[in-house]
Design a protein around this ligand. Sequence first.
Ligand code: GRG
Length: 293
Amino acid sequence: MNQMEKILDYFGETKDFIDAKLKQYMTNEEPLLKVLQESINYTLYSGGKRIRPLFCFIVGELFDVPREKLFSLACALEMIHTASLIMDDLPHMDDARIRRGKPANHLIYGQDVAALASIGLLTRAYEVVLNDAELPDDKKTQVVRKLAHVVGIDEMVGGQFVDLKFSGESMEYSTLEYIHAHKTASLFVASGTTAAIIGEATDDEIHALKTYAKNLGFAFQILDDLLDSTGKIEEVGKSLKNDKGGFIALYGIEKSKQLLQEYTNKAFEAIKIFGDKNDKLVALGQVLLKRES
Ligand code: GRG
């Protein structure tokens, strides 16, 4: 098995492991809530790549954090991500009909149930971190503060708002950058920095992880736009936007591909400070940027 195969194996095992932990944290046995639980499960276990928990565990390894100290955080990140996808797809938001190759949550369970599933996932994310006996109180406070910040108006909610209200053909690059930095890259960044806080990382190390995650977030989004503009719905597995805005509308396909490479290079450059220990971060970036969905 070569190095890449070994890392892919590790990613696969970690994903299975995260699924098992999510079931533990996010299952409710109350019979009256059966349909709500089904709606949550429908999106939580529908083939997400688990990138954010993976990133969290990889950062934990960099700082020799025992895995059990990261279980709740890794799951909280995936819960926040899943909550945001369900909400994003709602008709009054992005009005998407397909997510991960299947009908969006609200098309199966209704908008009322989907909205509650989203809020249920979001709030449980904070609860699992705060209830985690493995984490000292000072770390919990720092982590929860970051998780609250990343969802709020300064990050994801703000990014979503600007996306809904200001994206379009004549959008300036600064607006596009705002949207992607806040809507997408922010949760990548938080996944690395919260794990780094638990790992007692230095400011320089946290800065390197932020730079990596932010640039990877941008690269990821450009790829998303490229897939939206060139992909087929069956391959991409979600509603294609064929956006009026986005990198492709602003720069065209060739220049967007070039930007994708530039952001990727910046991401990989930043993590050189970790020396040989950065192999899994490099592999995560490579896997992300080779994706077709
Ligand atoms: C947190 C409830 C809540 C709201 C915040 C709705 C909203 C405000 C923000 C939307 C954020 C959003 C949906 C950003 C898109 C991020 C993105 C690129 C998603 C795709 O990520 P992948 O490829 O997805 O990791 P998988 O399917 O692998 O999980």
